[in-house]
Design a protein around this ligand. Sequence first.
Ligand SMILES: *Cc1c(COP(=O)(O)O)cnc(C)c1O
Length: 361
Amino acid sequence: MNLFMPRIEISLFQIQKNAQFLSELYMGKGVSIMGVTKAVLGEPSVAKAMIQGGVKFIADSRIENIVRMKKAGISIPFVLLRTPLSQTESIIKNVNISLNTEMETLRKLSYHAKEQNKIHQVIIMAELGDLREGVLLSDLSQFIRKTLSLPHLAIIGIGCNLACYGGVIPDDKNMQKLSELVDSLEKEFQMNLEIISGGNSANHEWFKSCQNVGRVNNIRLGESILLGCETVNRKAIPGLHTGAFQLVAEVIESKKKPSLPFGKIGQDAFGNIPSFQNRGIHQRVIVALGNQDAMPSGLNFNNKLKLLGSSSDHIILDSKCNSIKVGDEVRASLNYGGLLSTMTSPFVRKHFTDCNGYGAI
Ligand SMILES: *Cc1c(COP(=O)(O)O)cnc(C)c1O
């Protein structure tokens, strides 16, 4: 059978095993997992594999992805990681829990929850230094007070997110800060905070090395389930599969060519002025894959094929000593950017290599 190219080959078995391994590891210290599906656009069969692996929630940053998973029949608490004011009505309709940092948004969530006769659950995100989403600690107490006055919302937890923007590493210090915050808020407001969501795949090293997770009892994991690595140093986590996603693309030209372009050099396709090293005549291949399909720097080609450059629809590789002909397949493993871009491209076919029992569609 000739399979379509470019395609991304997805092993649901490996994703399930990763989710299971991490669920057992984290549950060992009383920490539940939200499986984060945004990098796969809420692909329902990936969510199902995560659920079979033991995640307790599915979290995504986009309501469209959550709606997609619900339509596919997935029923588990859904968590929205990013809460736009303009989507509050749909969020109440489709999502059980949302992460929040803005009073105006919370007011509107409460308004629509009343309209729809619901109580919406919220997790308030605290700013612990990474400077992406989060209520500043000096404002947190007042923020909680105001939120408690909104009748159709229930504050079920506190969370924080590190590493994604500022690169701030989760450590004992900031995690302990989170625990102290929780203790003091519970005391001040005589409340019980059920979910303390300490972070994402970047929390792995802290989690492994810490003596005590404190009040943290939840973690939101995307990349480590999908790609098997932690995200502070991008090291593989022993025991996890790192090849659940593989990109396969087709060679459309294979020729010996000089390594230096000839003629006067101006701008390339994206407005950059390229520069080249002279490495003599060498074997090059062009792959039918371009910036519209994948972020080239997110691809790691096997057989040591070296990325020379790319444009919208072509990737040029130094094929070294490999004998590669037109029509051959080349394979690449993916980092997070590679995964995100290929899953997002409408040109890359999603191909499940082991869909039995996962209800892949
Ligand atoms: C994307 C995201 C996550 C998951 O991050 P990974 O690095 O993929 O584990 C967790 N929390 C929030 C708020 C996110 O936006």
